[in-house]
Design a protein around this ligand. Sequence first.
Ligand code: NAP
Length: 252
Amino acid sequence: MSETRRVAIVTGGARGIGAATARRLAADGRAVAVVDLKESDAQSTVDRITAEGGTALAVGADVSDAEQVAAAVALVAERLGPPAILVNNAGVIRDNLLFKMSEDDWDTVMQVHLRGSFLMTRAVQEHMTSQGWGRIVSLSSTSALGNRGQANYATAKAGLQGFTKTLAIELGKFGVTANAVAPGFIETDMTRATAERVGMDFEEFKAAAAAQIPVRRTGRPEDIAATVSFLAGEESGFVSGQVIYVAGGPRD
Ligand code: NAP
C-alpha cells in the first residue's frame, strides 16, 4: 500500500504549522486538501505545494460549523478522493487571566479546537473506516499541562488528548490510528501575537523562551510537520492514542 496516493486534510493550513504540515505531507506524496476559514488564504499554501510539484486543493470552511464541515469533506472526496489522513490543526487563542476572561473568549476557543476537531473527525471517519486505513493527528500543546493566562486554551488542548485516546480505542479495529502532537514554543503568527500581548519584541521573546528549553532553541513549523508526517505515515500503524510532546525537552 505504500505507493497509494492517500488523501490528507489539514485544517488551518493557510499559515504556520498547518501550512508547513500541508507542504510536508504533499512532499511525502499525499494529495492534500488545505482547509482554512478563507479559501483565498488556503490557496497561498496550495500554490506553494503546486510549485513544489505536489497535488493540493484549497477549501474554505469554518471547522466549527457542521454544515461547512460536511460540505468541505464532500468536496475533498469528490475532487481528490476519500480522505485517509486528517490533521486537526486549526486553532485560535483568546488569552486572558481567568478574572478577565469573557464567556466569548472561552466559547470561541472551545468551538474551534474541540467542536472543530469533533466535527471534522466525525465527517472524515466514514471514509477512513470504509478504506480500512486512516490516520488522525490532532494538535494539542504543552499548555495542556497548565499555562498562566490560558485557562480556555489549556482546557481545550487537554480535551484533545482525551478525544485522541478515545478515537484510538473506537477506531483501531478499522485500521485507523489517532495521535496528538503537543508542540512547545513554535515560531508562528500565534506566538508572535503572544509576544505582542505581553509587550515584547518577538526576537527578545524567542530568546527568553529558548533559554528555558533544553535544546536551547525555539521550534519551527517544520519540526511539527516532521512529527505529523511520521504519525500520518505507512509505518506508524502500531502507534495509537499517544501524545507526543515536540518541545525541545520533556514538556516546554
Ligand atoms: P496560526 O499561525 O494562528 O494558524 C492557525 C490557522 O488556523 C490560521 O490559518 C487560521 O485562520 C486557522 N483557523 C482559525 N480558526 C479556524 C476555523 N474556525 N476554521 C478553519 N481554520 C481556522 O497558528 P499556529 O501557531 O500555526 O498553530 C497551529 C496549531 O498548533 C493550533 O491548533 C495551535 O493551538 C497549535 N499549537 C501552536 C503552538 C505554537 O507555539 N505556535 C504551540 C502549541 C500548539 P485565520 O488566519 O483566518 O484566522
